[in-house]
Every structure is written in C-alpha cells, then in structure tokens.
Design a protein around this ligand. Structure first.
Ligand code: AMP
Ligand code: MG
Length: 526
C-alpha cells in the first residue's frame, strides 16, 4: 500500500546531519537537522484525510484507510528505508532574536516524488526532539483540527500554503494551559501530517549566520536554490541575490493573498516564514470578521499587536530584512539587498491597489478608483462590518440599481453589519454616497454586470473558516463527533461557489462567539 510512495529523501541525504543521535535537548552546531523518531501513540485513530492531498501523493482512498497508513502517519511505525528527522533553525520571535528553536514537535518523515513534484511529509505533534526545549513535543486536537482544516481551506482559496494530509488522535492526553492563566487541563492529543515541497524557513538560514557558520549556511542555500529555485544559479553572488529577490516576491505575494481573504497569521516570527513563500504554522491565526486592520486573534500579542492584520505587509518586509542579513555572509554587500527590499516596499501598495480593484470588479486603476478604495477601507471601519460578506454581497450591485431607494440599498450593506443599532441614518447616507460613487465609476467603465459579478466572485470568497466555525468543529470533535470537521472540509473545498445548501455558513459570527476563547481569542498554547 504505502509502497506506492516513491521515497526520495534529499534534505537528510544531502545536508550535514547532527552526529549525536540521542534524543536529548541540546544546541546543535554545524548541522541542518537531527535524526528523531516519532513517539509511539497509545491508540491512534484516523479522524480525517484530505483526499485531494492523498491523491496528489498517489494514494487512493483504500490506501489511506489501510493499517499501514494509520501506523506511519500516526508515528507508530517508521516506513522502511526512511530516516525521520527534526530541522535545526533559529528565529526572531516578536522582534527579538531567540537563538536556536528548531522542530520542537515536528518530525519530517520522508520526502516523496509524485507527478514530477516532490513533497516533504511531516508529522506535527509526534513527540520530543532535540529542539523541544522546555515543552513536550505534542499537539492537542484543538490546534490540530485548526491546522488541518485551515491549510486545506487556504489551498482551495488559492493562497500559497503548506498542506495537510491527515488528522489523527494519538489516544494520549496532553496537558495545556490554554489562556496561560494557571488553569491547566488535559486535552486529547493529536497528530497532523503536513506536506509541502519543503519546510525550510527563514530561521533555517538565520541560525548559521548567527553562529558564524558560513559553510553550513552555504550548503543549505545552495541546496535550496538547486532544488526549489532551479532557474537560479547556486554558488554565485549573483545567484544568491536573485534568490533573495525571488523569496521577497513570493513572500509579498503570499501576504497580498492574506490581505485579500482576510487571513491573519498571528505569529509571523521568522521561524514561521517559509522560504518558498507558503503560509506555514497555523497557530493562533484568525479570519477578519469585522473589517479591522488593528485586529489580531493572538492574545499573546495583545499588548503590541505586532502581527495585526494591517501590519502584515510591513512585518513581512521586516522578516525579509532579517533573511537578507542572514544571507549577507554569502553576498557580502548590503546595497543589492537593500534595493530589493526598497523595491518591494514601493511595489506593495501598487499590488495592493490592484488586488483591491479586483475585489471591487473595477477594470481600470485610476485616481477615482484609488480614492474609492481608500475611502472604502475607512468606511468599513466606521462600524463593525463583516469583510467576507460585504465584498461578496457587493457583486450583486447592478449598474441600474436605484441606490436612492432604501430597499435596494440596504441588501447591499445590512447583511454585513453586526450591530443593528450601529446602522444609523448617518451611516446609511455614507454608504449611499460611497455606493453611488462606485456605481458611477462602473458606469464610466461600461462595466458588464454579469461579467463583473463573475470576476468578483473568484477573488471574494463566500466561505472562509470563520473562527467560530473551527471552534464548533473542535467542540464536537472533543466530544467524539467528527462530522463537522468533514462538513467544513467539504464546504471549504469550493469557497468561491454559491452553495444554496450551505447558506448557514455565509453568515456573520453569532453573538455567542464574540468573546469566546478559541473564537476571538487564541493563544500560542497548542
Ligand atoms: P511556534 O511559535 O508555535 O511556531 O513555535 C516556536 C518554537 O517552539 C518552535 O521551535 C516549535 O517547534 C516549538 N514548540 C512549540 N510548541 C511546542 C511543543 N509543544 N513542544 C516542543 N516544542 C514546541
Ligand atoms: Mg513555528
């Protein structure tokens, strides 16, 4: 069954390994990884598989239902011919250099080749590694459901992301203090199998530079370029500069997608940024409900809101600057890197306007469109206005809609407004005025209503994994009911489609979820 997996390990074959094979916590020098064996779970149980991801790896439904699948992807058995390992990396956490971090609870099982692509398969929550520091190497069901569902949902939204193959219970109990307030409790342990072409992060490069280990830095950079940026040249200064340029472009493109769909990562530390520009490490992430650039789901970041929605592009640039510093020993010149960063910084506002004009179905980017976008962003913040519902509903506006008529205006605005008492006459007139200007611009462009609606509906999702939706799936799963996981998984496979049977998920967050832990407040405890 699993013999179908064409194992083709690269990272642990081509890069230097930690010679110490003991599973003791330590500082690891001059090595990209340490061998680590997954912990044997007490009673593994498969809760959910992504059939799309399985198929991508060449696995059928029969394969994923097999005993061998359960054993390998719960960590019970190591597939013959593979040598699991944990990566060594460092990182800046919340703006401060944190030294060695590494895969503290992720264990890479193997890399496989399928359909001309290569995939690294990695268990998250499979026990201690040399990088576990003071923690247990485990993950709870709550955070694993969130990672499994969201990574697949993001993929179907068209956002660059790591994927998830499977979600399993381990049968073990894990102690966690969810809100870091001294109330620890046991939760169900779980393991997710994540997949990506590679899990290399900015921090993998930073750790070697911080230790003045140019040799291993070069080995890792050349490896990355050779395998993941094959059109670039490894081993030359010009190649390293192009590599940095490409990583910058991909990272900013990823963040642009986040801004488009209203995704807030929550912990954009440099160890949580993929060198491939993929969304990685689904922790205390969240989705904008009310459009609020200052919002962050992460209570651990409540003071500074460093990782708030509106700040994500700037933080990405900050992180890229750290990556640039990490590559300095290979490039030995600041100026080309600074130029690339400056270009990114200048380019992003243009890309953002372009993206927003697509959300609005505007064909031409001119001063009027620019102003419409700027004003809309302000207007959306006047009162709690649901981002997803607003943009999706806006595609129903016609160039012939009579906006002077309240009964035609209100269906465009009211569904997105959270508190009816905030829908005042004054607010209504502000919306009327903005919508009239928007409509005039559409008329000016001779916009076709049907075509515009179609083009808007492929960039404005109807369904996203709202924070309370994930929590509903988690609460049910904790009680042994896994049907909501499957229901949401199926729903989020076609996030841009109108699905009349699923109208209940095209709705504002219910009021009970406003201040509920897990819905609006998340911590790094996972
Ligand atoms: P994060 O902020 O979740 O990306 O994690 C930062 C660092 O902490 C990484 O090195 C993780 O591997 C490590 N880590 C997080 N949770 C655990 C855990 N339960 N056990 C061991 N290491 C962990
Ligand atoms: Mg991480």
């Amino acid at each position: 069954m699993l013999t179908k997996l064409k194992v083709k390990d690269k990272f642990n074959k081509e890069l230097p390994a930690d010679p110490d094979q003991n599973n003791t916590r330590r500082q690891v020098h001059k090595a990209c990884f340490s061998y680590a064996t997954p912990r044997i779970p007490t009673a593994p149980q498969l809760l959910h598989v992504s059939p799309e991801m399985a198929e991508t790896l060449g696995l059928s439904a029969e394969d994923t239902a097999s005993e061998a699948f359960l054993q390998v992807f719960s960590g019970q058995k190591v597939l013959e011919g593979t040598a699991p390992y944990a990566m060594c990396y460092g990182g800046h956490q919340f703006g401060h250099w944190a030294g060695q971090l590494g895969d503290g609870r992720a264990i890479n099982l193997m890399e496989v080749e399928q359909g001309g692509k290569t995939w690294a398969l990695q268990l998250k929550g499979a026990g201690e590694t040399p990088y576990s520091r003071t923690a247990d190497g485990l993950a709870v069901l709550r955070s694993s459901v969130r990672e499994h569902l969201c990574s697949e949902a993001m993929y179907h939204l068209g956002v660059p992301t790591t994927r998830s193959l499977s979600l399993m219970l381990t049968g073990d109990q894990v102690l966690r203090d969810v809100m870091y307030d001294g109330n620890s409790a046991y939760e169900k342990g779980a393991v997710v199998c994540r997949t990506a072409p590679s899990f290399i992060r900015f921090g993998n490069f930073q750790i070697f530079t911080s230790r003045k280990d140019k040799e291993t830095l070069k080995a890792l950079t050349d490896f990355t370029i050779r395998h993941y940026f094959p059109s670039l040249e490894a081993g030359t200064k010009a190649g390293y500069i192009e590599f940095f340029r490409t990583v910058c472009a991909r990272t900013m493109e990823m963040v642009l997608h986040w801004q488009r769909v209203g995704f807030v990562h929550g912990v954009m530390n440099t160890d949580n940024l993929s060198i491939l520009g993929l969304t990685i490490d689904y922790g205390p992430y969240g989705w904008l409900e009310g459009y609020d650039p200052n919002w962050t789901p992460n209570t651990t970041d409540r003071q500074n809101r460093r990782y708030r929605y509106g700040q994500q592009p700037n933080v990405a640039l900050w992180n890229l600057a750290q990556l640039g510093s990490a590559l300095m020993p290979l490039i030995e010149e600041v100026q080309p890197l600074q130029e690339i960063l400056d270009n990114c910084q200048q380019q992003f506002p243009n890309d953002y306007l372009q993206m927003m004009s697509q959300k609005l179905g505007l064909k031409n980017m001119n001063p009027v469109a620019h102003e419409l976008i700027t004003d809309l962003v302000q207007q959306l913040q006047l009162t709690e206005t649901d981002m997803t519902i607003f943009f999706r509903t806006l595609s129903q506006l016609r160039t012939t809609t009579d906006l002077a008529d309240d009964t035609q205006l209100e269906p465009l605005v009211l569904p997105a407004i959270y508190l009816p008492e905030e829908y005042t006459e004054e607010l209504k007139e502000k919306w009327r005025s903005w919508l009239l200007r928007y409509q005039a611009q559409l008329q000016q462009e001779q916009s076709n209503d049907t075509q515009r609606q179609t083009s808007m509906n492929v960039v404005n999702p109807k369904y996203v994994l709202r924070n309370y939706m994930a929590q509903l799936a988690i609460d049910a799963a904790n009680a042994g009911d896994y049907t909501i996981i499957n229901e949401l998984y199926e729903l989020l496979k076609t996030p841009y489609a109108d699905n009349p049977e699923q109208e209940k998920w095209f709705a504002k967050r219910p009021e009970w979820a406003r201040h509920k832990v897990g819905c609006s407040m998340l911590s790094c405890s996972s």
